[in-house]
Design a protein around this ligand. Sequence first.
Ligand code: NDP
Length: 279
Amino acid sequence: MTDHRRVGLIGDPVEHSLSPAFQQPAFDALGLDVRYELWPTPLAMLPSRLDDLRAGRARGANVTVPHKEAAFAAMDDVSDLARRAGAVNTIVPRDGRLYGDNTDIYGFIVPLRERGVRFAALDAIVLGAGGAARGIVVALLDAGVRRVHVVNRTADRAERLAAALADERVVPAPSSAAIALAPSAGLLINATSLGWDGQELPVDRGVFAALPSTSIAYDLTYRETPFLRAARDAGRASIDGLSMLVHQGARSFELWTGQPAPVEVMWKAAVAARAARGG
Ligand code: NDP
C-alpha cells in the first residue's frame, strides 16, 4: 500500500529550497492530507531513497541538484521529455515501478508563452551547458525556435549537448562568440550556476547592449542577480526563475495528485517566501 501522505524533495543540499513553501499550501488548499518534506540525500543514499519510493513509502518526489541525471538513470519508465533532457525532476511510484518526468521543461516555457514570444522567428542564446541548459534547449526546440546557440565556458560540453540532441538548430559556441551572436538574439538565457552568490556575470557586459531592444534576458535563478541587473541597465526586458520554479512545481503536483494545481495559491506563496528571504 502506498503512503499517499508524503511527498519529498531529493537533493544535496535541499535546505534552501522554496518548494515546501509553495507546495504545502497547494496540498492544503485542495484539502489533501499530504506533507511536502525535505529529504537531504548524499549520492550514496540515492539508491535507498529510490527504493523507498518504489516500495510505496511516499506518493512521489521532486529531484534537484545534483541528482537529476542520476535519478534519470535509475527510473523504470520515463517521459519523452525526460529522456531527451537526460534528467528527471519528478518521480511518481506506480505499481512497484518508478516513473520519471521533467517538468522543468514545461515550467521554463510558461513565462515566455505568457509574453506572447513568437518562437518561429526566434534565435536564442543559452549560456551554460549543464543539466538545466539541456532541458531548456529541448523546451525551445519543441516551441519551434529557429536557432539555439549554446554558449559555454567549457566549449566541448556545449558540443556534447548539441551532439546529444542531434538537431541542426542547436549550435554550440565558445563564450567569446556571444558578442557577435547578440545582435540577432531575441532571447538570452542564463542557465549557468552563476548568480546565486557574488557579482560575477556569465557573459561580457557588452552583450546586453548588443541585443536587439526587444530582446528578453531570462535568468533561471529566482533571485536578483548581476545578470538581471545588467539586462535592466541596458534597457532590456527580464524574467527571473520564480515563474519557472512555480510552474514546474504545479506540473509535478498534477502528476502526484491527478488534480489541477492551484497555481495562484502556489505563486502567491512563492512570492511571499522569496520576499521573506530577502528577495
Ligand atoms: P550544472 O552544474 O549542471 O551546470 C552549471 C553550468 O554553469 C555549466 O554550464 C558551467 O560551465 C556553468 N558555470 C559554472 N560556473 C561558471 C563560471 N564561473 N563561469 C561561467 N560558467 C560557469 O547546473 P544546472 O544546469 O543543474 O543548473 C544551472 C542553474 O539553473 C542553477 O543556478 C540552478 O539553480 C538553476 N535552475 C533553476 C530552476 C528553476 O526552476 N528556476 C530549475 C533548474 C535549474 P562549465 O561546463 O564550463 O563548468
